[in-house]
Ligand binder design. Structure first.
Ligand SMILES: [Zn+2]
Length: 220
């Protein structure tokens, strides 16, 4: 595989900016930016739209899925895209992570595109798509960049313990609003959900695949 191969790009550090369009950067063989065109839902700087790695594809698929299926998600993505303070989406091998808490600093999201979110244990388990996991973090960014209440809400634990703090309660409720529009399962708390590899939903599962398991049906 050559230096500019898809494989080498996938291994490099990547960053997505959600502001005046989305920019993905990687630092192998020089810094390269891929600019997201929020009007046309493409990376406008990439001449060959298939020249993506899985991370870029999943960011694109997630944003399109959210915008196409949910009026509320579209509003949040549009506002973040038009905001002067950037929202940066970085690839991570770990779990997704909330934005920075400093005022006027970019909101940074670490996107784990390999997982779905398991909501309950046992035979009644439901699975939220990775795209809704991304939306949860985008909502934190919305409270950080637009509403300017993220840090305050993160430090406010005057909520039922199942939500941990007001920032998580708000993100769970906002994500449920989107889940309802998309026909995905509803999350009843913040603390019990666990990421699991998305191939548990089948080898062809994508970042926009979700599942409500019927009683007595086994996935394993
Ligand atoms: Zn959160």
């Amino acid at each position: 595989m050559g230096r500019n191969s898809v494989k080498s790009i996938f291994r490099s550090i990547q960053t997505v900016y959600l502001s005046s369009g989305l920019v993905v950067e990687h630092n192998e063989g020089g810094l390269i930016h891929y600019i997201w065109d929020n009007e046309n839902n493409i990376f406008s700087s990439v001449s060959n739209q298939t020249d993506f790695n899985r991370f870029l594809n999943d960011v694109k698929d997630s944003l399109c899925y959210l915008k196409n299926g949910s009026i509320y998600a579209k509003k949040i993505i549009d506002e973040l895209s038009g905001c002067d303070t950037k929202t940066i989406i970085k690839y991570t091998k770990g779990s997704s992570c909330a934005p920075l808490q400093k005022k006027n600093s970019p909101a940074i999201i670490y996107f784990q595109n390999n997982d779905v979110l398991k909501l309950n244990e046992g035979e009644d388990s439901s699975y939220l798509s990775g795209a809704l996991g991304l939306f949860h973090e985008l909502y934190h960014a919305y409270e950080h960049n637009i509403k300017k209440v993220y840090k305050e809400n993160l430090n406010n634990s005057d909520v039922e313990s199942k939500y941990k703090n007001k920032a998580e309660k708000n993100a769970v409720e906002a994500t449920n609003r989107v889940a309802y529009e998309l026909g995905e399962p509803i999350r009843l708390d913040y603390i019990s959900a666990r990421p699991v590899p998305r191939y548990y939903l089948g080898k062809d599962a994508t970042v926009t695949t979700f599942r409500k398991v019927e009683k007595n049906e086994s996935l394993y």
